[in-house]
Write a protein that binds this ligand. Structure first.
Ligand SMILES: Cc1cc2nc3c(=O)[nH]c(=O)nc-3n(C[C@H](O)[C@H](O)[C@H](O)COP(=O)(O)OP(=O)(O)OC[C@H]3O[C@@H](n4cnc5c(N)ncnc54)[C@H](O)[C@@H]3O)c2cc1C
Length: 487
């Protein structure tokens, strides 16, 4: 008897026993500690106990488990590294569910160095996929703070973005093939890696970003890119948020579209990071009101050649442009990383922000995107409005693609619980709508933004999503209560 199984009611106990028949005892976890650990999300805000955590090792086993769930009317919650930020990867209270963990499906099935593609199972940790590409002399460019824990299936299901989207696109744009198990247990095998395939609705695109509500992704094919041979990494103080667009476009023009990272890091964000992690030093002596962390890279040999005077072409190009921008008053100050260590320190600062804000006290996070031309209006308006209401905005963002992580905390001396969060949230969402923005840029909807989805997403789009969900998952067993408001 599997530990804990005896506590389940008759039908549910029999269902879990059938899972054991398919996977073996070792891969059906029912211990209270396992259920609690897997049932809690990264933010700690969402938790519910599953009947069991099942860990299939093959696509056939995933399909068998999903068929069992369909027969028994038990919900399936696919789970990767549990780093999602919207409560999507844990069950909802009151709904008998299993967590289907992909952690054993962790094989890199193939790397095709000629076609520059990689076929990866859903449970491969993102960092392991990046490393394998590097071992082949190539790059799998998806990059973000959770890469040491999050898994390929989770990254695809949330259509994760991160720091390199400005150059390489989101998980969706990198994916050129998918294998998945649908809610009836049937398997889609579209792992051809074809770059052109116009043969009907693109089911890959429907599954990516579906947050596990339409099926379980079991494997995918990704495009790989050439490895950069040279980089220039810098932290800038810019004259205004509006002026950052000028910096971005001039850098792109000068380096042939070489901008890989273009991150907004204004003074309050840098200050909170340095306060929570005292070993991190501010990159500039004079705090940058509008701080930018950027990286430009090239895989062209010519750009990496060491000239007689010790300079490297790409770095010289960036330096010359920064000098011009300083003379024009667009850039006020700049620190250019002179070593791998300085580069690593800048990266550490950028990647520490979420932990720093979380440590610093209660906060409310928005993950929004705007047309580049409207970013400054949003930031300038909201920063003033939020401060007037007693909040301290702590914003960072992947500014190169118009994505801001706009977090609100309590200003010094203010009590979080007494602040008008609903009012400031409403102001932010009204302004977003007016400026053609999105209320979820890259983290998804999960449970945490269902109310905003219901309120702000166009009715026709919600109806179309409901129709797709009902058609593919008529029993509503695949990650119910997430992403699409069904009522
Ligand atoms: C410190 C930190 C930094 C982050 N930075 C970024 C960032 O810069 N950019 C960004 O986009 N995101 C970021 N994220 C959030 C990001 O969405 C997740 O880290 C990641 O994409 C989710 O992967 P996971 O394996 O942890 O999935 P989980 O959290 O386990 O699941 C996430 C969702 O995907 C579904 N799912 C998981 N696996 C599958 C599968 N195989 N098939 C179908 N559905 C599945 C789950 O049901 C759930 O709805 C960050 C998170 C953290 C903690």
């Amino acid at each position: 008897m599997v530990n804990g199984l005896e506590s389940l009611r008759g039908g549910q106990g029999a269902f879990v026993a059938e899972c054991v028949n398919v996977l073996g005892e070792a891969h059906v976890l029912t211990d209270a500690s396992d259920l609690a650990a897997h049932g809690k999300d990264w933010t700690g805000r969402y938790s519910a106990l599953p009947l069991a955590v099942v860990r299939p090792g093959t696509t056939e086993e995933v399909a068998a488990i999903v068929r069992l769930c369909a027969d028994a009317g038990i919900a399936v919650v696919p789970q990767g590294g549990r780093t999602g930020l919207c409560g999507g990867g844990v069950p909802i209270e009151g709904q008998p569910s299993i967590i289907l963990s992909l952690q054993r499906m962790n094989r890199i099935r193939a790397v095709d160095a000629d076609a520059r593609t990689m076929t990866v199972e859903a449970g491969v940790v993102l960092e392991a996929a990046q490393q394998r590409a590097l071992d082949e002399g190539l790059v799998f460019p998806l990059t973000f703070g959770a890469q040491g824990s999050c898994m390929i299936g989770g990254a695809l299901s949330t259509n994760a973005g991160g720091s390199n989207v400005v150059r390489y696109g989101t998980a969706r744009e990198l994916c050129i093939g998918i294998e998945a198990v649908l809610p009836d247990g049937s398997v889609i095998n579209a792992l051809t890696g074809l770059r052109k395939d116009n043969t009907g609705y693109d089911l890959r695109d429907i599954l990516i970003g579906a947050e596990g509500t339409l099926g379980v992704i079991t494997a995918a094919v990704f495009k790989l890119s050439p490895q950069p041979l040279v980089r220039a990494t810098a932290f800038l103080s810019v004259s205004s948020v509006k002026a950052t667009v000028e910096v971005l476009n001039r850098l792109q023009d000068r380096t042939g579209g070489g901008v890989e990272v273009f991150e907004y890091m204004p003074r309050p964000a840098v200050e909170v990071i340095c306060r929570i992690f005292p070993d991190i030093r501010p990159p500039l002596d004079e705090p940058a009101e509008t701080g930018l962390f950027l990286e430009v890279a090239s895989s062209r040999k010519d750009d990496a050649v060491l000239e007689d005077d010790g300079s490297v072409r790409l770095q010289t190009q960036v330096l010359e442009l920064l000098q011009e921008l300083m003379e024009e008053g667009v850039v006020l100050d700049a620190m250019i990383a002179q070593s791998d260590q300085q580069r690593a320190e800048l990266w550490r600062m950028r990647e520490s922000i979420l932990e720093a804000i979380t440590e610093a006290g209660p906060s409310y996070h928005m993950d929004i995107s705007l047309p580049l031309a409207n970013v400054s209006r949003f930031v300038d308006t909201m920063d003033v409005a939020a401060a007037e209401l007693g909040f301290q905005p702590l914003t960072v963002g992947h500014l190169g693609d118009g994505n801001l992580h706009y977090a609100l905390t309590a200003a010094d001396g203010r009590d979080w619980d007494s602040l008008p969060l609903d009012r400031v949230r409403q102001m932010a969402f009204d302004l977003l709508l007016e400026l053609n923005g999105s209320f979820s840029a890259e983290h998804g909807i999960g449970q945490s933004k269902l109310d905003v989805m219901r309120a702000l997403k166009e009715d026709a789009q919600i109806s179309a999503m409901q129709a797709i969900k009902r058609a593919l998952d008529p029993q509503n067993i695949m990650n119910p209560g997430k992403l699409v408001p069904m009522d």
